[in-house]
Design a protein around this ligand. Structure first.
Ligand SMILES: [Zn+2]
Length: 669
C-alpha cells in the first residue's frame, strides 16, 4: 500500500539537521500540504509514498531552508548608499533618507527585492525589524516566506509614528491582525535600549507578554554601547534590559557582541535567542561576538545578515561561512565552530533563536516543508569525499555558494523551481528599485550640495539670526583693561572665564551661506581655575556676512546655530570639510553697562596658534541699522577708554588671523 502525498523529492543527499543529525546519502522527503510527512532513504520512501509531483534530485543536497535570524529587509533599497562610516555617522546620513522615503510602498518594494535575494540563497525564514511592518507582512505572506516581523518602536519620531505611544498602538494593531498566521509571526521590536526610555522598554515588554509574542531588539552591538550602559546605568546592557522586563519575554537579541558570561547565563535562563551577525559586526568594526562560548553554555544562537545597508547583502551562505571563520580566529583555534555546528546555527538553532524551532529548521515528519535543494556539481565544490560522515557539512558550509540553490519550498509551496523565482517578479522588482534609487540619489545630492542642508537634515537647526556690532584690537598688556573696568563710567554686571576650543570646518562648496562651520567647546572656569561646565555649539558662518562701518566697527551676522550634542569626531566625519582649522583661546568676558547700554568685553589670549599679547573685543547685539550706528559710536568711545583708537583695529576674524599665522609658520611650497 502506498500513501499519497503532494510532493516527493528523491535521490539527493538529505541533510535533516534533526536531533541525531541523520544524513541519507540517497534520500527522499515526502510532503503533503504545508508539512513534511516522511524523511528517509529513497527506496523506503518511494515504497511507502506516491506523489503527483516526484522530483529527481541527483547530485544535490536536500536540506532545511536557512534561517536569517536578524535583518531589516526594506534596507535593500539603501544598499551601498553610505559605506565605510562609523555607526553614528552612518545613522546620521541614513535617518533623514528614511524620514523622506520610507512609506508602505517603499517597504513592500524593499521586501520584494530582499525576498528574491534570500530565496535565491536558500533562505526560507527570517527575523525582520523595520517600520510599516504591517505592509511588510502583507508582502512577505504573498511571496510565501516564513518570518518573525518586529514593528520598530523608538523614542524618536519614526517614518510611521510621530511618538513612541503611536508606535505602540501601531504594534498592538499589527499583532492583533497577524498573530496566528501560518507564515507571519508578529513581534514587538524596541530598536535598542539606547533609543528607548525605561518607560518605553517596560511598555514593550508588557505588550509582548500580553500577546505572548516574541520581542526583537539590538543588544550590546558596539563597545561604546556597552560602555555607555555601564557608565549611565551602572550595569550591563543585558542587566538593564532585565531590570525593565525585557527578559520576561520571548527575546530575540541581535548582535550580543559585547556581553560577558553573566549576561550569557541570564539570556540562557530565559531561553533567549541570539542573532549573530558576523558581516555587519566586521564591516562596522563592532567586534566579534563570543559565539563559541555562547554555544558551549547552550544558548540558542542563530546567524543573521543584519540589514543590507550594513552588510551589504543577504547571502546566508556567506554569512554562515564567516560565522565559522571569525569564531575560529577569535578563539585562535580552528576546531571551534566546525561545519556541522555552523550549519546547525544557520538552520535548527537559528529557528529556535527566532522562536520557530517547533515549525522549521530541520527536515522531520510533522514540521513545515521549508526546504532548499542545492546543486553540488559546481566546479567550486569538486571533488567529494565520503570517508568522513561530516564531509557533507564541509561541502555545504565551506564550498557551496548561494547561487547553487536550485529549488526552494516554504510551507509546502514552491518559491523557486530550477532557479526560477515563482512568487516574486524579480525583473520588475529590480526595475522599480532602480527608479527609487534615482530619487534617493537626487535627494542626497541636494543635501551634499551644501553644509547648510546637511546641518538642517541632521539637527533641524535653529535659524537664529543675530546681528552684532563689534570692534577688535590687539593689546600688549592686559593691565589697562582691568583698570578701565574699575572706572566709574563702566558698570560690570557679570564676569566669566572660559577656555574656547574652536574647530573651523572650511568648505569649498561655493555656498555663500556656508563658508565655514564652527564647532565651539566652551569650558567654564571658576576662580580656582577648575572646569565647572562644558558646552558645545555649532555655528554656520557665511561669506559676506560682515560689513564694515566707516569707523572700522564691524557689523556681523551669524545665522544658523545648533546645540552640538554629538562628538567633534562625528561632525568631522559627517561634514567631511575640505580643511580644518583650530583656534584655542583663553577668554575673560565682562558684561557691562556703559551709558545705559549693554556691551560684552572680551579679553582674549590666543593659545593656538600661539599669538603674542592680547586681543580686546567690544561687542553689542543690535536689531536695526539706526541702533547699530548708535552703538558703533559708543564702541568707539569705549575703545578710547581702553586707551585704543580705531586705527589700531583688527578687521579680521580669529579664523582669518589663525589662517595667516599658520601660513607664516609653514609657507606653502
Ligand atoms: Zn540590526
Amino acid at each position: 500500500m502506498t500513501e499519497s502525498v503532494d510532493i516527493l523529492l528523491r535521490g539527493g543527499t538529505v541533510v535533516t539537521m534533526n536531533e541525531k543529525f541523520d544524513v541519507f546519502e540517497d534520500g527522499a522527503v515526502a510532503i503533503r500540504g504545508d508539512s513534511i510527512i516522511a524523511v528517509g532513504p529513497t527506496d523506503e520512501i518511494v515504497r511507502a509514498y506516491r506523489a503527483e509531483e516526484e522530483i529527481d534530485c541527483p547530485d544535490t543536497v536536500i536540506m532545511p531552508g536557512l534561517v536569517n535570524a536578524h535583518t531589516h529587509i526594506p534596507m535593500t533599497l539603501m544598499r551601498g548608499l553610505n559605506d565605510d562610516l562609523r555607526l553614528d555617522v552612518w545613522l546620521g546620513y541614513l535617518m533623514p533618507v528614511e524620514r523622506e522615503f520610507v512609506t508602505p510602498e517603499f517597504v513592500k518594494l524593499g521586501a520584494r527585492v530582499a525576498c528574491a535575494e534570500m530565496i535565491r540563497s536558500g533562505v526560507t525564514s527570517f527575523a525582520d525589524m523595520f517600520y510599516y511592518e504591517e505592509s511588510i507582512a502583507e508582502q512577505v505572506a504573498e511571496i510565501g516566506m516564513r518570518a518573525l516581523l518586529g514593528q520598530t518602536i523608538l523614542v524618536f519620531p519614526a517614518p510611521d509614528a510621530e511618538t513612541f505611544e503611536d508606535a505602540l498602538v501601531l504594534c498592538r494593531r499589527f499583532i492583533k491582525r497577524w498573530n496566528g498566521h501560518p507564515l507571519i509571526q508578529p513581534a514587538v521590536a524596541p530598536h535598542a535600549w539606547y533609543t528607548a526610555t525605561p518607560e518605553l522598554l517596560l511598555a514593550c515588554a508588557d505588550l509582548a507578554r500580553a500577546f505572548d509574542v516574541p520581542l526583537h531588539t539590538h543588544v550590546s552591538e558596539t563597545k561604546l554601547e556597552a560602555d555607555n550602559s555601564v557608565n549611565q546605568n551602572h550595569m550591563s546592557v543585558v542587566a538593564w534590559l532585565e531590570q525593565h522586563g525585557i527578559l520576561d519575554t520571548k527575546l530575540l537579541a541581535a548582535h550580543c557582541v559585547h556581553i560577558d558570561e553573566q549576561d550569557m547565563f541570564s539570556l540562557r535562563r530565559i531561553g533567549a535567542g541570539v542573532a549573530h551577525c558576523p558581516s555587519s559586526n566586521l564591516k562596522l568594526a563592532s567586534g566579534i561576538a563570543p559565539v563559541a562560548q555562547m554555544l558551549k553554555l547552550g544558548l540558542k544562537v542563530g546567524v543573521g545578515t543584519d540589514g543590507p545597508a550594513s552588510n551589504n547583502d543577504l547571502d546566508m551562505v556567506e554569512e554562515m561561512r564567516l560565522a565559522s571563520f571569525i569564531a575560529k580566529v577569535a578563539a585562535q583555534n580552528p576546531t571551534v565552530l566546525p561545519a556541522r555546528q555552523t550549519l546547525e546555527i544557520a538552520t535548527i538553532s537559528g529557528a529556535r533563536a527566532i522562536h520557530m524551532g517547533h515549525l522549521t529548521g530541520s527536515l522531520e515528519p510533522g514540521k513545515r516543508a521549508d526546504i532548499a535543494v542545492r546543486d553540488m556539481t559546481g566546479i567550486h565544490n569538486q571533488p567529494h569525499f565520503h570517508n568522513h560522515p561530516d564531509a557533507v557539512y564541509s561541502r555545504i558550509v565551506y564550498s557551496s555558494k548561494s547561487y547553487d540553490v536550485a529549488h526552494v519550498l516554504c510551507n509546502g509551496r514552491w518559491l523557486m523551481r530550477d532557479r526560477v523565482l515563482l512568487t516574486v517578479d524579480e525583473a520588475a522588482a529590480r526595475a522599480d528599485a532602480i527608479e527609487v534609487a534615482k530619487k534617493i540619489d537626487a535627494f542626497v545630492m541636494e543635501r551634499e550640495a551644501s553644509p547648510y542642508n546637511k546641518l538642517v537634515l541632521l539637527s533641524g537647526v535653529q535659524r537664529l539670526e543675530s546681528f552684532e556690532v563689534q570692534v577688535k584690537a590687539p593689546l600688549d598688556d592686559d593691565e589697562i583693561v582691568h583698570r578701565t573696568l574699575k572706572s566709574d563710567a563702566i558698570q560690570v554686571m557679570r564676569v566669566g572665564h572660559y577656555r574656547q576650543y574652536d574647530h573651523y570646518f572650511l568648505f569649498d562648496s561655493g555656498d555663500p551661506d556656508a563658508a565655514r562651520l564652527r564647532y565651539r567647546e566652551d569650558e567654564f572656569i571658576n576662580e580656582a581655575g577648575e572646569v565647572t561646565q562644558v558646552r558645545a555649539r555649532l555655528t554656520l558662518i557665511g561669506e559676506g556676512e560682515r560689513e564694515e562701518f566707516p569707523n572700522a566697527v564691524m557689523l556681523s551676522r551669524s545665522r544658523f546655530l545648533a546645540t552640538a550634542d554629538r562628538s567633534l569626531r562625528f561632525y568631522q566625519e559627517y561634514f567631511a570639510p575640505a580643511r580644518e582649522l583650530r583656534v584655542h583661546k583663553d577668554r575673560y568676558r565682562w558684561h557691562i553697562l556703559y551709558k545705559a547700554t549693554d556691551f560684552a568685553i572680551n579679553l582674549d589670549r590666543v593659545l593656538e596658534p600661539e599669538l603674542p599679547g592680547y586681543f580686546l573685543e567690544i561687542k553689542a547685539r543690535t536689531w536695526s541699522r539706526t541702533d547699530a550706528e548708535r552703538k558703533a559710536v559708543l564702541i568707539t568711545e569705549l575703545l578710547g577708554q581702553f586707551g585704543l583708537d580705531l586705527s589700531q583695529a583688527e578687521r579680521r576674524e580669529y579664523a582669518e588671523i589663525a589662517l595667516s599665522a599658520n601660513a607664516e609658520k609653514s609657507p606653502a611650497l
